[in-house]
Design a protein. Structure first.
Length: 403
């Protein structure tokens, strides 16, 4: 198969963030398929350009057998009009340049949200080439924006609502990484059109090694520092435990809340906390392996009533460390694995008690919990298992189209 994947925010392991489509594409290439990923290189969390274009509007890059097409799009910060302009720039450039580039005709095209304009571009290209169109939903726009507080009568929300329903109907299949997304999407299309394919982890990149004792008990978080990540909870606990000098907290990443978190650390003289810059995905393993506990938090929000599929969670699971998840989502892979710890989203006392409980466990017990989580990731969320499902879906749709 020759597969095109349009994902505005696709990343490679040398960048920081989720690498779902890189990981899927790398495995598909191993199986003899050709994959082109069409993306913008303006980083959605760092708010900075990751490539040098010179006078060109696009770059072609080959990595691990995958062909990347990078588009230069306007810089922005936050979620205002600048981001919308960035989205539209990507969409128009995909439609303008992909037919002109020296690419072989695709056999199938996947359009992946977050935003729906990229998915619409994938649909338009599928019409041009007369090939199946797969819609991948990684964020339920516009419902997510409504849940974040934007009026459902806002003109932009109304536009997205019309576009969303149109694309659901036009798609040959709809994939989502959210396990309960059909409860929402099922308002618009029949159940047979929907397939759940979770995010996962390339286990070859995260080799399990037992935690080496270095005198510090380290609680780490890696990833975005946004409002949804609710990291103030972790700092509130760090403040309560500041006299426990051998318990140390690391927060690594980027996001709009990073400045506020740094101010809190400085104002409270939290010498037991470090807030660090993001690092490439392929270097995150070192942080995970040097931690005793990995922390994941989500704000209590209706956003998560359709489930979660967080890249960092599967990396955490693969590392074989004890995980604490502070959240209230419909699914909970930590609970499913019957290993790790779960608390409510804003439970400072509960989080403090949980950290101290793990701190008091013998190392052998911590290792056993971590190994159980690792095994669950191997059995359910390896890239090979997920690509088995993805590959079959693509082949089936091509076969139907050509029948």
């Amino acid at each position: 198969m020759n597969i095109w994947i349009l994902n505005h925010h696709a990343l490679t392991p040398v960048m920081s963030g989720g690498t779902r489509h890189y990981d899927f594409a790398k495995e598909l290439v191993k199986r003899g398929h050709s994959v082109t990923i069409v993306a913008s290189s303006f980083h959605y969390a760092k708010y900075q350009e990751m490539k040098e274009y010179g006078d060109s509007e696009y770059l072609l890059e080959a990595m691990d057998g995958i062909q990347f097409v990078w588009f230069k799009t306007p810089a922005y910060f936050g979620n205002g009009i600048g981001r919308v302009i960035n989205m539209l720039s990507y969409t128009l450039k995909a439609l303008k340049f992909m037919p002109k580039l020296s690419q072989n005709k695709p056999d199938i095209i996947v359009g992946s949200s977050v935003h729906l304009f990229a998915v619409w571009a994938a649909y338009r290209l599928s019409l041009r080439y007369k090939v199946p169109f797969i819609m991948e939903v990684r964020d339920l726009w516009p419902q997510t924006l409504i849940d974040m507080g934007i009026s459902k009568w806002h003109p932009f929300i109304l536009l997205l609502g019309v576009l969303e329903k149109y694309l659901y109907k036009k798609a040959d299949k709809i994939i989502s990484n959210l396990p309960h997304a059909y409860e929402y999407i099922g308002q618009f299309v029949e159940k047979e059109k929907f397939v759940w394919i979770s995010n996962g982890v390339d286990l070859s990149n995260i080799i399990y090694t037992p935690k080496e004792s270095n005198g510090k008990f380290v609680v780490s978080y890696t990833g975005s520092m946004g409002v949804a990540n609710n990291l103030q909870l972790l700092l509130d606990v760090a403040k309560r435990l500041k006299d426990k000098t051998n318990i140390y907290f690391r927060i690594v990443g980027e996001g709009v809340e990073k400045g506020k978190l740094k101010v809190f650390v400085n104002e409270n003289n939290l010498l037991n906390v470090s807030i660090e810059n993001s690092i490439p995905k392929n270097e995150v393993t070192n942080i995970l392996q040097n931690s005793d506990v990995l922390f994941l938090s989500l704000k209590d929000s209706p956003l998560y009533r359709f489930g979660i599929s967080l890249n960092k969670l599967f990396d955490y699971m693969a590392s074989g460390r004890v995980i604490i998840f502070a959240g209230n989502s419909k699914n909970n892979p930590i609970k499913d694995a019957d290993a790790g710890y779960g608390i409510l989203p804003n439970d400072v006392i509960g989080l403090e008690k949980t950290i101290l409980e793990i701190y008091d466990l013998p190392q052998e017990k911590r290792d056993a919990i971590g190994q159980k989580i690792r095994k669950y990731a191997e059995d359910n969320y390896s890239i090979e298992i997920l690509v088995d499902k993805f590959e079959k879906l693509l082949e089936d749709e091509i076969r139907k189209k050509n029948a």
